[in-house]
Every structure is written in structure tokens, then in C-alpha cells.
Design a protein around this ligand. Structure first.
Ligand code: 4AD
Ligand code: MG
Length: 465
């Protein structure tokens, strides 16, 4: 349908004044102030800025007005309008409308009405909530951040690789894989092994929790520097505001890089994609600042301008132990950091993002490089205020014997990891990588407090929205 984007009209408003244009969109508000009628429409090319259609009702016969204009005053209908762009003090530009055409009608019980709807209600209408300003701002920021991720890596010589979603190896070893099967639920096999042998792949298969192992194989396999960016899956039975079953994961894997260098890269990366997005999504960030998180702009400015804090796990535990703060989960050396501990470090102690490094090896994954102290591993989690962990990463163990010991300690089936183990045999090199929970980053940049509201169709424990 030949028409002009509303965004283009506002971007070049001067040049459109006096010109005849056709626009399309959904009705956001309307008002009849005789003899004028006003309709504000949005076509998705802008977030909160709507185009006002100005209609002189006395230019229509009563019959024509009732049949052609009146039905367009309903919230949610879609229409096409033609007219002349005029300057407006209040709205910059408006369309003096000469012709209106209904594209798709909308019944009175349209679930989105003028009053603000709650986030809980909007989750029940995922197909419509992208018409709200909040979701539009969020989706625009999300899309820009995603583009910035590719831009960052592409300009630094990383290959963007596509790794399998269906896998037979559990990267994190936390037993949180969804199974992929075509077996009927009541099949009566003699053993688990027989059951899986008869399944589609002839072995136990699941949805990947992380693309890291394939990423390492690609990097060490000769590509040197790679990243993946796609959905990964966790069957955690956890309904918190920062867990979903299907989340978007950015995972670079970089040869000839140690933990310190990895942290520098992760910091540069986060600063870059946030700056890129703040520059291009000014209206959307303003909207989030106004309606979601007061102080958002100042928070993002701090991220862009100052270095993130760095602390070892051992020192972080000391900070928590001597804080005088009463935690629900006890903190001691060896305990995993809970969200309340992470938030004390970011929100109260450091008041900015912090890289926590060198966790005890028992609470981390098999592939992390073992430190000389025999107790910790060369890893890092990036924690940010209000949310907690958004990045988990490490230098990788390259010593074959140490790697095999760590796998055996965890009772991992070595036969499923043959090719991965080979990477430590055939010209292995120092390498490191991390995983960014992209949805959590979107929460951080928008201030939205629930991960289910930064995905249009979230999948979470007990919910497929
Ligand atoms: O810390 P995780 O488990 O690390 C890994 O998977 C590594 N293999 C990554 C790597 O080194 N390539 O997950 C990485 C990040 C977390 O920091 C978190 O932001 C996000 O993934 N994440 C989730 N996001 C939303 N919902 C969930 N259920 C998530 N689980 C992890
Ligand atoms: Mg983690």
C-alpha cells in the first residue's frame, strides 16, 4: 500500500509542509470538538509520537460523516488517511485530512482502553500489548540493543556462528535441560537406554542451555573469535522476575585471551551496546525514565562513563559478612551468592555494576580454568543494580588432565563430550568466553522489573503466554 511512514514525516517535517501524503495506522485516541474531529494514529514507526488527523466535519454531509468518519473514532481500528501536512504549534505537524478509509474495524470490547492497564493484565494479551507505549518503547530498545550486539562483534572480527539448538550434551551440568522426544509417554521399555535408543535421535536429546561448547569448538577449531546470539533454554522450576524458560543468550568465545582481558572485553561490550542504544533511542529512554524508572538516564550515564567495580568472590564474601546486614540465606565462603547478596553488593556497597571473580570451584562449571590455589576458578559474573547477574563467563580449562578430573568429579558421561575433549588435544590455546542474558540486559536498560515484560511471548515456569 503506497503510504508515508509517520516517522519520516516527523523527521523531515519542514519538507512535508504543504505536501499531500497518505498515511496508515491504528487509532490511539480521538475527539469530536464540533466542528472539528481529531484522530491520533500510530503506524509502529514511532514509539510514543502519534500523528494527528484533523477533520473538518462540516465538509462532510451528515450521512457521509456518520458512515465514513464516525466508525474510525473507535480505539484500535486501523485506517488509511490522505490529506495535506500543515504546521502545528502543539504537534509540530498535523494532517488536514481530505480522505479517510477504514482498513480493519475493532469491536467495543477491544481489551486495550484509554486507561493504563497493569503489566499482569497485558501479559494475558501478548498479541496486543505491543500496541502500548511501554511495550513499543521496550521492543524498540530491545531491537536496537540486538543490532548493537552484532555491530560490536562484527566490527571486531568475530564470526557470527549458528550452533545447534538440539543437543545431547549439557553444558552447565545443572540438569536443567528440556528433553526433546517423539516417544509416546506410556512406552514400556525395559531400560532407560532402550527407551532413548528407540527415540528419534537414537539417544537422549534436549534443548541447549548454552552454545558455549560448540562455540569453543568453533573458536579453537580455527575461527579464533566467534559469537552466538540465539535462544537457549532452562527448565529451572523458578518463577522469579529474572528467570524465563527460553531466553536470548549472547555468547562470545575468544582465543588467546585470559580472564583479565575477558573482563575488559565484557566491560567495553556492555558500554558500547548501551551507548549505541541510548544515542538512537532517546525518545524511548525518556519514556522509560518518566514511566518506569526515575533516574534511568543518570544510571545509564554512569555505566557509559565510569569503570565497573571488580572484586574477588573471597573479598565479596568478606564485604557481606561484615556488612551488618541480615540476609535470609546465610553467607560464608563456599556458599553461592543469592540474589539478595548480589543486590547488596551492587545496590548498597558498590552502587554500580561489579565483576565478581574467582568463585569456589565446587559451585561453578567443569570447564572453568582452575586457579593455582586449588580452591577457586578463573571466572566472573557481572552483577548489576536491581537485577543481579547478567553475565557469567570464565577463562576455560585447557589442561586436559584437569578438565577430565573436573568432569569425572561431576559424573559427566565423557563419551558424550568426545569432540569437546579433543579441542584440548589438538593445538589447544588459552581462551575465554562469557554468556550475556540478553533479556536481563533489556530489563536493565529499560528499568522494566519483570523479565516477562521484555519478551512479547515469554515462556516461564507454568506459563506459555
Ligand atoms: O551463568 P550462565 O549459566 O552461563 C553459561 O551458560 C555459560 N555457558 C555462558 C558462557 O560462558 N558462554 O548463563 C549466562 C547468563 C546469566 O548470567 C544470565 O544473565 C542468563 O544467562 N540466564 C538467564 N536469563 C533468563 N532466564 C534464565 N532462566 C537464565 N539463566 C541464565
Ligand atoms: Mg551464572
Amino acid at each position: 500500500m503506497k503510504h508515508t511512514d509517520i516517522k519520516a514525516l516527523f523527521e523531515n517535517s519542514e519538507s512535508f509542509i504543504g505536501k499531500t501524503v497518505t498515511v496508515c495506522g491504528w487509532v490511539r485516541t480521538s475527539a469530536e470538538v464540533k466542528p472539528m474531529t481529531f484522530i491520533q494514529i500510530n503506524d509502529g514507526t514511532t514509539t510514543t509520537r502519534n500523528l494527528q488527523l484533523t477533520i473538518h466535519s462540516d465538509e462532510f454531509s451528515e450521512e457521509k460523516y456518520l458512515s465514513e468518519v464516525k466508525p474510525l473514532l473507535t480505539l484500535g481500528v486501523s485506517l488509511k488517511a490522505t490529506g495535506t501536512i500543515v504546521a502545528s504549534e502543539r504537534n509540530i505537524i498535523e494532517l488536514e485530512t481530505s480522505d479517510l478509509q477504514l482498513l480493519g474495524g475493532c469491536p467495543e470490547d477491544y481489551p486495550l482502553q484509554k486507561k493504563r492497564s497493569s503489566a499482569e493484565f497485558l501479559r494475558t494479551i501478548p498479541h496486543l500489548r505491543t500496541r502500548t507505549n511501554m511495550m513499543k518503547a521496550c521492543m524498540t530498545i530491545r531491537s536496537t540493543l540486538a543490532y548493537a550486539v552484532h555491530d560490536y562483534f562484527h566490527n571486531r572480527g568475530y564470526a557470527y556462528i549458528h550452533t545447534p539448538i538440539i543437543t545431547s550434551s549439557d553444558c552447565e551440568g545443572a540438569g536443567e535441560m528440556f528433553r526433546v522426544t517423539t516417544q509416546p509417554w506410556n512406552t514400556d521399555y525395559k531400560s532407560e537406554q532402550e527407551y532413548y535408543e528407540n527415540d528419534y535421535f537414537g539417544c537422549k536429546a534436549g534443548l541447549t542451555v548454552s552454545c558455549q561448547l560448540e562455540g569453543e569448538m568453533a573458536a579453537l577449531g580455527g575461527l579464533g573469535r566467534i559469537y552466538t546470539f540465539g535462544p537457549t533454554f532452562r527448565a529451572e522450576k523458578s518463577g522469579t522476575v529474572k528467570h524465563v524458560a527460553e531466553f536470548w543468550h549472547v555468547e562470545p568465545e575468544i582465543c588467546f585471551v585470559n580472564l583479565d582481558e575477558l573482563i575488559d572485553i565484557a566491560q567495553e561490550f556492555i558500554k558500547y551496546i548501551i551507548s549505541y542504544t541510548v544515542e538512537r533511542c532517546s525518545q524511548e529512554i525518556d519514556f522509560c525514565e518518566k514511566f518506569i524508572e526515575k533516574g534511568l538516564r543518570a544510571k545509564l550515564a554512569t555505566v557509559m562513563e565510569s569503570d565497573f567495580a571488580r572484586v574477588t568472590y573471597t573479598d565479596a564474601v568478606k564485604i557481606l559478612e561484615t556488612s551488618g546486614h541480615k540476609f535470609e540465606f546465610p553467607i560464608y565462603w563456599g556458599a553461592d551468592l543469592q540474589t539478595e547478596h548480589e543486590r547488596y553488593l551492587t545496590d548498597v556497597h558498590f552502587k554500580k555494576p561489579v565483576f565478581v571473580t574467582d568463585y569456589p570451584k565446587e559451585i561453578k562449571s567443569f570447564y572453568m580454568k582452575q586457579n593455582d590455589d586449588g580452591k577457586t576458578v578463573a571466572c566472573t559474573d557481572l552483577l548489576v543494580p536491581h537485577i543481579g547477574e547478567i553475565i557469567g563467563g570464565s577463562e576455560r580449562e585447557t589442561d586436559l588432565e584437569k578438565l577430565l578430573n573436573a568432569m569425572n568429579d561431576r559424573n559427566m558421561p565423557l563419551e558424550s563430550y568426545g569432540e569437546y575433549i579433543d579441542t584440548r588435544k589438538f593445538g589447544t590455546v588459552e581462551h575465554s568466553g562469557f554468556g550475556l542474558g540478553f533479556d536481563r540486559l533489556v530489563m536493565y536498560v529499560t528499568g522494566i522489573g519483570n523479565i516477562r515484560d521484555v519478551l512479547q511471548f515469554p515462556r516461564a515456569y507454568k506459563h506459555i503466554y
